[in-house]
Ligand binder design. Structure first.
Ligand code: TA6
Length: 285
């Protein structure tokens, strides 16, 4: 049974609720923000802060923030992580395949920073047994367009102390907690005993989150993404974020897929870029 409906969500913001035979999901037009995905009989895949704001000019804390057209806070840019996650996106199309998989296509309205529509941005969310998300950027202008993009996914975990991340051993990264110093990942399995904020570069590979507490593995597969960011704010930073509970670091980890820093994209006139992730889960024996 497939069911799609519009609701008035938190903060009075419009929200799309999707039910498939495998799963349920929610997408706010604000930021084209997937805030929920849950397979029937499983805990939610995505973390959403109980303190999140749902306001026109603030990003939602959790789910899958769309970071575009810049990552972090470059000196010449206003604000952190671009503006796409602050905008109200336009719903373009909802389709349900014969398989029951639902596809939702949204469009970022034209903006001066996007050459008044000559840089066209679409987001395609696929809801089924797994969750798919694709950010498509097309350059219809006469000049090259440089940008960073990142699907900044917050995953729900049972207990951060029982979580390990694999798939990044030997990969070079920038350590945001140490002056963005370049380092190399020495661990086959990354564990969390404090804040972690690392931008792994030149890695197209999938990453897995092993959650001994929820007895599941989350698999993050990606296409056309060279960067993976791993972040847990831990105690001090959790307390410093007004839209994040002091203890919530224990129940989340960000594994983000994009093209940032030296992996940024230069889109030639007429070119299109597609950043895609597929998020799936499997029970642990
Ligand atoms: O992805 C990691 C990061 O860049 C962290 O440094 C932290 O700032 C996080 O993003 C959240 O950023 P936000 O602007 O959403 O508070």
């Amino acid at each position: 049974m497939t069911f799609v409906a519009f609701h008035t969500g938190a903060g009075g913001l419009p929200k799309l609720a999707v039910t498939t035979v495998w799963s349920t999901a929610e997408i706010y037009l604000h930021g084209a923000h997937v805030t929920r995905f849950q397979k029937l009989g499983e805990p939610p895949l995505l973390f959403l802060s109980e303190q999140s704001r749902f306001e026109a000019n603030a990003p939602i804390r959790g789910g899958i923030p769309i970071i575009f057209p810049w990552f972090g806070k470059p000196a010449d840019k206003p604000g952190q992580h671009g503006f796409a996650r602050h905008c109200s996106w336009t719903l373009k199309e909802i389709t349900t395949a014969a398989t029951g998989i639902v596809t939702v296509r949204l469009v970022l309205p034209p903006a001066p920073e996007l050459r008044a529509g000559e840089i066209a941005v679409e987001y395609v969310v696929t809801i089924g047994d797994a969750l798919g998300a694709e950010l498509i950027v097309a350059n219809h202008s006469a000049a090259a367009f440089d940008f960073e993009s990142c699907l900044h996914t917050y995953f729900a975990v049972g207990d951060i102390d029982a979580v390990s991340i694999t798939g990044l051993e030997g990969v070079d990264y920038l350590d945001s907690l140490d002056g963005h110093q370049p380092k190399t990942e020495a661990n086959a399995a990354i564990r969390f005993v404090g804040e972690v904020d690392r931008t792994y570069l030149n890695t197209p590979h999938p990453v897995e989150i092993r959650d001994e507490s929820l007895r599941r593995t989350v698999r993050v597969e990606k296409q056309n993404s060279a960067s993976t960011v791993v972040w847990n704010p831990w105690i001090a930073k959790s307390k410093a974020m007004p839209d994040f509970g002091n203890e919530e670091y224990q129940r989340m980890v960000c594994v983000e897929s994009g093209n940032v820093a030296e992996n940024q994209i230069t889109l030639a006139p007429g070119q299109t870029d597609s950043l895609k992730v597929n998020l799936s889960t499997e029970g642990l024996p």
